[in-house]
Design a protein around this ligand. Structure first.
Ligand code: MEV
Length: 439
C-alpha cells in the first residue's frame, strides 16, 4: 500500500474508480483492467446477478464446474455436480462412484431434519419465576411471530419447540431460548433469524408490561438472536458395503485392503491430527457439492466439525468395519441444506446444478451431500492405504504446474507423456521445460 491510511467511502466509488484506486495503491501488474474484464460474463443478466451478490464487486472468480456420473444412490443412478479448485477431487469422486456402482451403490437415509436457533438474554429476577411464567410466555411468542411463521406452517414446517435454559455458569443472569425449527426445503437462515428477533422484541415487551413485577424484573436485555449452525438433530446417514472378497481379485490382497482401510478409519477416530485431515477429505466432496448448488459451505463445514466433536473429543466422522466377511463403510453427518431461496434459486450455475440433480427436495439433497462426503473419503483413504496419495494427486497437479510455468500445448502433451511413469515434482517439471526449450 502506498498510503498507510484508511480509505473512506470506497463502497460508493464506481467500479472503475475502485480499480483506479487499487492501481494507485498496489502493484497490480500491467493491465489489471483487462484481467478483471476477461473474467466477467458477456451475458448482462447473468453478470448483474453476480454483481449483486457482493459489495465492492470488481470481477468474477472462476472455478471449474464439473460433474461425476455413475453415483448409484438407493438404487437409482445420479450425476453429481461439483465446484472445486483441487484438481484431484472430482476424479476421486468419479472413481468412488464407479467402484461402488458395481458393488450395490450408496445407501442413504435421512435420520432427522430439525434446525436450531437461540435467543440469548439476561434477566435479573428469580429463575423459578421465569420458569413458572414460561408456558404463557412461549404461547405469546408463537402468537406474535405468526406473521412470519404462518407460510412455513402452511408448508408443514415452523417452530417446533421452545426451551428456556438458565445458564449462570456462562454469565450472571444469563438465559437462552433454545428453539427447534422445521424449515422444510429451505436452509431457513432468514426464517429462523427473523423469528428469533421477533421473539426478542416480544419477550422484552412482555417484561416491560408486568406492572406487578419489580422495576428490575421488568427490565430484561437481549444480547443476540441467531440460528445455530450446529445441527445435531438434522442428521443423514450413508453407507457402502460389499463382501471383502469383492475389494480385489486376490483374496489375500482384498483382506489386506479391507484391514488397512479399517485401521486407517480407526486411527482417525482416535487421533485428532489424523481426524482433521480425514474429515477434510470428507468435506472435499461435501463443499464441492455445496458450492455447485449455492449452499452455505461455511455453515455446513462448521456444523460438521462440531458434530465430529459431539462426544467431547474431535474424531473422524466415518466408520468402517468388517463383519462376517462384509466390509462396511459408513458416514453419519449433521447437515443443514436448502433447495429453495438464497443463491440456489438465483445463481444460473447453481440452478443448472439443481437441474443436473433432477431438482431434489432438501432431504434428497442431504443424502447427496453425505454420499459426496463418503465417496471422497473412501477414495482418499483407499489411495492412502494402497498406492499412496501422491501418485494420483501429482498427476492431476502436473497440469497446474505446467500452467503456472506457461507451457505451450505441445510442451504439455510432451510432459504428460514423459511423466507418465515418473514422480512429478515442481522442480522436475521446471527442468523438463528448460531442457525442452533448449532443444
Ligand atoms: C486432500 O485434499 C485430502 C486428503 O488429505 C484426505 C485424507 O488424508 O484422508 C487426502
Amino acid at each position: 500500500m502506498k498510503e498507510n491510511k484508511a480509505i473512506v467511502g470506497f463502497s460508493k466509488f464506481t467500479k472503475e474508480q475502485k480499480i483506479k484506486w487499487l492501481q494507485e495503491q498496489l502493484d497490480l501488474g500491467e493491465s489489471p483492467n483487462s484481467i478483471f474484464e476477461q473474467f466477467e460474463s458477456s451475458d448482462k443478466e447473468s453478470q448483474q446477478i453476480i454483481v449483486d451478490l457482493s459489495e465492492n464487486h470488481l470481477s468474477n472468480f472462476h472455478f471449474p464446474f464439473a460433474v461425476a456420473p455413475n453415483f448409484l444412490i438407493n438404487g437409482k443412478f445420479h450425476v453429481l455436480p461439483f465446484v472445486t479448485e483441487e484438481s484431484s477431487v472430482v476424479a476421486a469422486l468419479a472413481k468412488a462412484a464407479g467402484f461402488w456402482a458395481k458393488r450395490g451403490g450408496f445407501h442413504a437415509e435421512v435420520i432427522s431434519t430439525i434446525k436450531k436457533g437461540q435467543l440469548h438474554f439476561t434477566w435479573k429476577g428469580k429463575p423459578e419465576k421465569l420458569k413458572e411464567e414460561f408456558n404463557s410466555i412461549a404461547k405469546l411468542l408463537r402468537t406474535e411471530a405468526m406473521a412470519i411463521s404462518h407460510k412455513m406452517e402452511k408448508r408443514g414446517g415452523g417452530i417446533q419447540n421452545i426451551e428456556l435454559k438458565y445458564l449462570p455458569e456462562i454469565l450472571p443472569n444469563y438465559y437462552q431460548l433454545d428453539v427447534d425449527f422445521d424449515t422444510k426445503d429451505a436452509m431457513g437462515a432468514n426464517f429462523i433469524n427473523s423469528i428469533l428477533e421477533q421473539f426478542g422484541k416480544s419477550l422484552i415487551s412482555y417484561f416491560n408490561k408486568q406492572t406487578s413485577w419489580s422495576v428490575e424484573e421488568r427490565d430484561g436485555e437481549i444480547i443476540m438472536a441467531i440460528l445455530s449452525n450446529y445441527v445435531p438433530e438434522s442428521v443423514v446417514k450413508v453407507w457402502v458395503e460389499c463382501p471383502v472378497s469383492d475389494l480385489s481379485v486376490s483374496d489375500r490382497e482384498a483382506n489386506n485392503i479391507a484391514n488397512k482401510f479399517v485401521q486407517a478409519v480407526h486411527i482417525a477416530k482416535n487421533d485428532v491430527s489424523r481426524a482433521v485431515t480425514h474429515n477434510k477429505g470428507i468435506f472435499n466432496g461435501i463443499d464441492a457439492l455445496a458450492l455447485a448448488t449455492g449452499n452455505d459451505f461455511r455453515a455446513i463445514e462448521a456444523g460438521g466439525h462440531a458434530f465430529a466433536a459431539r462426544n467431547g473429543k474431535y474424531a473422524g466422522l466415518s466408520n468402517a468395519e468388517i463383519n462376517n466377511g462384509i466390509f462396511k463403510f459408513e458416514l453419519e453427518i449433521a447437515l443443514a441444506v436448502g433447495v429453495v431461496g438464497g443463491v440456489t434459486a438465483l445463481h444460473p450455475m447453481a440452478k443448472m446444478a439443481m437441474k443436473i440433480l433432477e431438482n431434489p427436495c432438501a432431504e434428497e439433497l442431504m443424502q447427496y451431500f453425505a454420499v459426496a462426503g463418503l465417496a471422497s473419503n473412501w477414495s482418499a483413504v483407499n489411495a492412502l492405504t494402497t498406492t499412496g496419495i501422491q501418485k494420483g494427486h501429482m498427476k492431476m497437479h502436473l497440469t497446474n504446474i505446467l500452467n503456472v510455468l506457461n507451457a505451450t500445448s505441445e510442451q504439455k502433451q510432451a510432459a504428460k507423456t514423459y511423466f507418465v511413469d515418473k514422480e512429478v515434482s515442481f522442480s522436475d517439471v521446471e527442468q523438463f521445460l528448460k531442457d525442452d526449450r533448449r532443444n
